[in-house]
Design a protein around this ligand. Sequence first.
Ligand code: ZN
Length: 310
Amino acid sequence: MAYLFQKLSNAITEPQVDIDQIPPSQTLVDCSGCTADCDDHPKYPSYLELDTTSDLLGSMKPYGRHVVIATGLSDWPEKIDQDTGSLAAALSKVINNDKEYTTKEPNGRIFITNSSLINQHSTVANGHDVLLLPDNLLIANVTPESAGAFFNTFLKGPLPAQPIHVPYLQHDLKHRSPSSPWTVQKLPYGSLVMICSHRKRDKRCGITAPILAREFDHCLRQRDIDEAGDQGTAILMCSHVGGHKFAGNIICYTHQGTRGIWYGRVQPCHCEQIVNETIIKGNIIKELYRGAMIHSYGPTDACLAKRIRW
Ligand SMILES: [Zn+2]
């Protein structure tokens, strides 16, 4: 990997992104969003100061796992990792205190966000439903008090090399911690569109997110795509992902949650193409692409020569 990265770095000077964030060229499509004077789609307020010139590619901080916490809200305290008593703060503390993990990080950074997902499966007080990617799991009844055990059980181990066999995992959990209230199931959605809506962090995402969410909802309904099931797509609001100046910021999880595609500068005019190309076909819209969850594109996906650079 290091050799390939070096080779790639020599071939191009910038932007420098890790090899597995560069999708194979056959999955890249050019943006066909409407032009600026489109009358068919809603617009963002003109007072928003958005970056229209910096490089989007490589503008996100790489991570290996994403922990998505159900809160039923679409805005949160400015820094969720310092929100005392919350699951996000408890998990952040456990991860930061684990020197072995933070110094070696064989699996990359653990990315924690709150989300608008409603707790549907948790039954204990303070319990949250938690989505875990790329593991493609929903774990219920995760409490701030159980953050340490949750880290040891689900986050500290290696990233999954293949889809997880959920009945086996359930059996193993029951065997190892019979008193634990956690329940585990496969992610109940085929794909996810996560939109940064963290207004208390920066108003730009707070203003663009609801406009995008309505447009994505409209596009999915037009295609009869429901939320649940292997072909279903859920739209979630989420807390700060980084890069508010690139609002609207979204992450699309596809391919059983193993592929996490980051887009920035997303306008309502782009939603239809994102649904058609990225959610349905798995293609990447080049002009909006910021990067991906690590291992979204392994070196084995396609040979280096077939990858495009820009
Ligand atoms: Zn348009």
